[in-house]
Design a protein around this ligand. Sequence first.
Ligand code: ATP
Ligand code: MG
Length: 873
Amino acid sequence: MNAQQTRQTFLDFFEKKSHHIVSSAPMVIKDDPTLMFTNAGMNQFKDIFLGNSPVKFPRIANTQKCLRVSGKHNDLEEVGHDTYHHTMFEMLGNWSFGDYFKKDAINWAWELLTDVYKIDKDRLYVTIFGGDEGDNLQPDMEAHDLWKAHVPENRILRGNKKDNFWEMGDSGPCGPCSEIHVDIRNNQERAEVDGATLVNTGDPKVIEIWNLVFMEFNRLANGSLQPLPAKHVDTGMGFERLCMVLQQKQSNYDTDIFQPIIGKIADISGIRYGAADKTDIAMRVIADHVRAIAFAIADGQLPSNNKAGYVIRRILRRAVRYGFTFLKTDEPFIHKLIPVLSEQMGSYFTELKSQQVLVEKVISEEEASFLRTLSHGITKFNNYLESNQQNALIDGAFAFELYDTYGFPIDLTGLMAREHGKEVDMAGFSKGLELQKERSRKDASIEVEDWIVLDDKTPETFVGYDTLSVTTKITRYRKVHTKGKDAYQIALASTPFYAESGGQVGDRGVLKSGDQIIQVLDTRKENNLIIHLTGAIPANPAEILVATVSEDARTDTANNHSATHLLHHALRNIIGTHVEQKGSYVHPDYLRFDFSHFQKVTEEEIHEIEKQVNSMIRQNLVLDEMRDIPFDKAKEAGAIALFGEKYGDSVRVIRFGNSVELCGGTHVHATGQIGLFKITSESAIAAGVRRIEAITAGKAEAFYHNQLSLISEIKELVKNPVDPVKGIRNLLEENQKLRGQLEQISLEKVNELYHQLMAGSRDINGCRLITGKVNLDAGSAKDLAFRLMDASDNHLIILGTLHDDKPGITVAISGPLVNTGKYNAAAIVRELAKEISGGGGGQAHFATAGGKNPGGIESALVKAAALVARIAS
Ligand code: ATP
Ligand code: MG
């Protein structure tokens, strides 16, 4: 059975068992502060388990894109070295929300594996939770007895809390789990060693494929367990591992999921897969990493320098480095694997196909840029070696610098060190790393206390599309502590406050409880619960209060949000439908829109876009809002859905004329309210991604007002109220003309001076001395001196100059005179400069000096005559 069929069989099986099939949520998580990437199928249902969202379908199944490279689940170091852990993998899962429990979950899992997929029953082992004293929990005998109907007693193994008790986090839903393991060894190996002894020991041939979690408790922040009112099932099966078993392979990488990519890597590098351990590992690492990177980018997460973006960048660099070191690839090549990946997975995960060009561009640029630092780092490393030849250890702080500044993985530094018979001081390196981690831990740490629940019957609802103020009450609140400050998070029965999402900032405003007014500083969403951030709570939290959103900010934000839709629409009209939204930020003061496009948006295009948006504003298009319509209906209506966004089954559609978008944000009632739209900047933010920033309404008006004041001022200055441009042109022309005249005049002046000075020359012992005081700048004085110097073989010129109140002395001497060895302009100028309180120098035939005392020019010239007489005699 090939991979496609295996996936479809799973979905069909559970569909027949009345499960609603949903699509994978994005791998990159945008609205959960506790998690950057989806690491299990259940993540997208967290808010249902927590009771924050209603259960629409009690039974669900899907395949989910997961990434395990950070936090609680980090398999990065295993990847490629073993054969069954990946960074990105698909998790097949089925869920029950308060519906079926252990019995059906266990029976169906068994039926699917043995009846449908026909896995040999003798190769399967199961584990159950063996109990835990600390939590005062008994072994899960219910699961044990259910398994006994299928599996002999000696294949039902008891596991500890680490393997067989699943928890969502430090607090929250949890419960015992039951895993299914498969033994893929050959018969001889199986005869020699009992598979049961290898379960959960890290043996690559006796591995877990499916985990069935039975959620029955809620763990409180103080560590104690409370039974959940409704019990749930959450299962997760590794798709790649399942394919390996069904295709009778010994490694996930030998299945049709990975083989095409590995084949392409072999082609590019000219190295055969299977040729050597080291090159095999490199090929597996690259084949694995390219999937993680491609899916992350397709989901809208570009590589960057922080948070989720940095995780992706590191994975990519890791892949580049494996290629560089072991496959000797010194040119970008990973992007060339994307067409193969898209061919292999693009029919189920269509985002890979539709985003293919962008994914390739981003990867190829990242590769090229890291390859540049790679070789810089290597140069830096070689320089270090040269100046530290006597040391056997590479300084840990230096290794950390390579890691931190040049993006050098430490194992590469280690490898290069060994090639030169040296080792890296790992303790020093770890210290640098620890310090850095400590810094980021401090930045991120927030302590959260348990919710204090005042009302768990009333569902929290958002009413802010229709009103900005309601009388309501607190349903729960909790204290949070960040960076040494206490704050509160408050949930309300009904709230007009919009929580930050879809790029739109959270509302601010006030809660009025009796006489007490509490500022709402921000509004966020956590697991679908709207949380109001405040610095205080009402004296009596259970009392009725009035929640009111700041109207001005909300209006400005709505203007900018609706304008963002119009901009998106105009962009697609004018520069093409390849424009895909890559991010947006809607603030009361401005809006920002990021989109895929491969060159600069030209001036003319910008102008066209502004014109089109403003025309849609003037048409005063009335908001057509459809709340809670089925996703498919929305798409039929032409709504643009974004990859990397999580949409529920029912969605909200916002339409202004031909602009139709899925959107949860707040909008104007008719576009006329936006008033005016103006783009303020256009720039590149990453390979293939551009950013436009714009302003609307009052801010746009202020912008034009400022421009107009500027023009008024110019009109006044150029004294041409009707045509200031003509006024400025006239000024420039006049300026040009005057400059020409000035040059002419000074030329004439120099000519006149030349003749005057020549006439005043006198002979001193065969040398003709020419002196005089001139009001010329340095350049003109030099020209004049050179002309005088060239006029004869025996001229010695000494000019005292005055320009802009600054005195100077210029000395020039004809060549033949210099050649006598008696006369030196630099020596003369130094001597005379004393008179003007200055200094200078130059060459034997020409030298200048500047000074501070204009009154000294006359005496310098008197002194000059005496000096020359002395030299000449
Ligand atoms: P393991 O002990 O093998 O790392 P796990 O206990 O971390 O597995 P779960 O968190 O229970 O696994 O995830 C459910 C299923 O997802 C596992 O049974 C396994 O088949 C699959 N799985 C888990 N981690 C990975 C991974 N890194 N790559 C591929 N499949 C995985
Ligand atoms: Mg694991």
